[in-house]
Structures are given as C-alpha cells and as structure tokens.
Design a protein around this ligand. Structure first.
Ligand code: PLP
Length: 370
C-alpha cells in the first residue's frame, strides 16, 4: 500500500466538478481581487463561526502579523506564546518588532501550560498567542481569564484548528482575534496560499481592512504603512466550495483519531488526548515515542507516510540568535523529535486505516524491537 501522510488531491478529485465551476466563474467574471467570492466566503465563515467580522488575507502568517499590528503591538512590547508550534507564530511577533516570551507546554496536550502564564507576565506584556496545536484547542477559559485580569489581547493561532470548538462554542467566541491558514494541507485548504482573521471587534476589523490594503483610508490616501495582503478571488471561490464540507471532514478526522486511539491503547506510546470539553479537529494525529526515527523508517518501508512535528523547539532556532540560551523549557524539549504524525485525513479508507494500525502495532510488539 502507499498511504502518504497528506494527500490533498483526494478531496480535490472528489470535488472536481464544483471546483472547476468555481474557478471558471472567477475567470469569466474578470474580478480577481476583492470581489463577490470574498464576500461569499466571509459570509459563510461568519455564519459557521458566529464571528462578527471575517477578513481574508494572504496567509496564516499574515493573519498573525496583521492581528498584532491591529492591536498596536510593536517594538518594546512582549507577547507570551508557546515554543512548540510552527515557526510562523513566533516569526510574526518578531516581524512587528515585539519580543516573544516563551512558556513551557503541557506534556499531554502539547499546548501552552496555563499554569506558567503568570511567570511570563511583565509590564511590557501586551498579548497572549495560544496555538491550538494539531487541532486541539488550548485552555481558552483560563487564558481568557488571565488576559482579562491583566488587560491583554488574546490572538488565537487557529491555523491548525479551523472549525474547532471549546466548551460547546466555536473557538471564535473566546478570543479577540482568531487567525486561520488556508495552506493547502490545513483542514480547510486552498489551492495556494490564503488566510483569514475573525473578530467580533469593530475597531480591529476596520484597522485590519486598512492594514491589508497599504494603510489606505480613501483611494490613493494612506494613513499608515500597511501591507498588500488579500485573499484572491480564485482562492476564495475554491474555499467557498470546500467550507461546506469542513464540518463533516473534521468529524471524520475525529473518528479516525478515535479509532487509532482505541487500537493503540495498550502500546507503550503517548496518544493524543481528546478532552470532552473541546472539539479536537485532528489536523494531525501525533504519537509520542522514544523510537520516532525507527518508527518512521519502519512505516516508510511499508508505504505509510509520517512526519515529525516539530524536531526543534522555537527557542532553540538559529533565527532567534541564542537569545533564549538559558531558558529551560523541559517539556517542549522532551516532546521535540519524539512526536510522529501518521495519516489521519478524512479520505482514508477503512482498509488503509486497518493497514496503518497493523503496522504501528507490529512495530511496537515485534519487528520494531529489532
Ligand atoms: C500553517 C501555520 C501557520 C502559517 O500559516 P501559512 O498560511 O502557511 O502562513 C501559522 N501557525 C501555525 C500553527 C500553522 O500551523
């Protein structure tokens, strides 16, 4: 069998007719930036998440950068976040000139450990960026309470968590600004780059719309140094087709993950936790094992794709120039390099899942012990 870690062509093939119609509609309309397709996607996203404003941008990374800028965060400010995420989370903080302040993760959820937030707080702290890693919402109730106590903004990095819920409400209900990525392999993926910011705050929404179009307040009149960061009409049209399927795709991901969790429950590995009070949208299904490289090799020999998310925590990245040399984040260090993602996408067949399960089990019970 050949079961890649990700295979976006499966959903694109299933939706071929609708996607081709959407692309053709845009080509014939002649409007490629800021048109009806964006308005339609924004309306659908608002209905789905309950958010008051939805602003399409160029990427998830831009969604983070523009959100920070919309809150006026820049040089001299500190932003609390996790060292265990995709680099873009921290890159965005650095891009606006602010300082990332890392707190360690919770060892079972891999999300920011809310117990540590207080230790990271200073007079310069302006925001917290929790990341809903692998699709599991962070502890939003505690983060919200902490932020409200100290007058901080909560910018949720939901790039891996489109459609996730927490305490029975969409995650959008809990944060000031919610950043989504439509990178092709995300739960809601475009056929190119794309991103979106969701917010209930009118002021942030106005500022974001201005920032994304060169700081323009009236044609050829610019109030500030902004960006060129828009979602193009082709991507918006494609996403409008796909968003209709997001709830069922997320459900199927969850079902696959639960099936794996059940099958692996007696193996000597760390399994993803799926707390009852939140909707894990299972962007990635990640196992924790001391034998990560051996497991990956074994799976590869049998045609099963896998990947390590993430091999090096962010406070150890070269780009951060040893600024965090003395920082001891034991749980992030311990997770790095031991987390192996295996295929969990909704289009997996029963046969494929059974094959993956058999191979993982065999690795941990027999051959893998070589
Ligand atoms: C994918 C991702 C991003 C960046 O999104 P892009 O659309 O690729 O710019 C940011 N944060 C996290 C956690 C991500 O997974």
């Amino acid at each position: 069998m050949n079961i890649p870690l990700m295979d976006i062509q499966r959903q694109n093939r299933q939706l071929k007719k609708r996607l081709h119609e959407a692309v053709q509609r845009v080509l014939e309309s002649g409007t490629f930036i800021s048109g009806e397709e964006n308005r339609l996607l924004e309306a659908k996203m608002k209905r789905y998440t309950g958010a008051k404003h939805a602003i399409g941008v160029n990427s998830g990374t831009d969604a983070l950068i523009l959100s920070l800028r919309a809150c006026g965060i820049g040089r001299g400010d500190e932003v609390i976040t996790t060292p265990y995420t995709f680099y873009a989370t921290v890159e965005a903080i650095l891009q606006v000139g602010a300082l990332p302040v890392f707190v360690d993760i919770h060892d079972r959820t891999y999300n920011i450990d809310v117990e540590q937030l207080q230790l990271a707080l200073s007079e310069k702290t302006k925001a917290v960026i929790p990341v809903h890693l692998f699709g599991l919402p962070a502890n939003l109730q505690e983060i919200r309470a902490f932020a409200d106590r100290h007058n901080l903004v909560v910018i949720q990095d939901a790039c891996q968590a489109a459609g996730a819920a927490y305490h029975g409400q969409p995650i959008e209900a809990w944060g000031d600004l919610i950043c989504l990525s439509f990178y092709p392999t995300k739960n809601l993926g475009a056929c190119g780059d794309g991103g979106m910011i969701l917010t209930n705050n009118d002021e942030y929404a106005n500022r974001l719309r201005r920032l994304q179009t060169h700081g323009t307040y009236k044609k050829y009149h610019h109030a500030e140094v902004g960006y060129n960061s828009r979602l193009d009409e082709l991507q918006a049209a494609i996403l409008s087709v796909k968003i209709d399927y997001l709830p069922q795709w997320n459900q199927q991901r969850q079902k696959n993950a639960k099936q794996y969790n059940h099958a692996f429950k007696d193996l000597p590995i760390g399994l993803p936790v799926m707390p009852d009070d939140r909707d894990h949208v299972c962007h990635l299904y990640v196992l924790k094992t001391e034998k990560a490289p051996e497991l990956m090799n074994y799976l590869q020999e049998h045609g099963v794709g896998s990947g390590i998310y993430y091999p090096l925590p962010l406070h150890r990245q070269i780009a951060l120039k040893n600024k965090y040399k003395s920082l001891d984040l034991a749980r992030a260090e311990s997770a790095a390099g031991k987390t192996v993602a295996i295929p969990v996408y909704p289009e997996l067949t029963e046969d494929e899942k059974a094959f993956v399960i058999e191979k993982v089990k065999t690795f941990f019970t027999q051959e893998g012990r070589r």
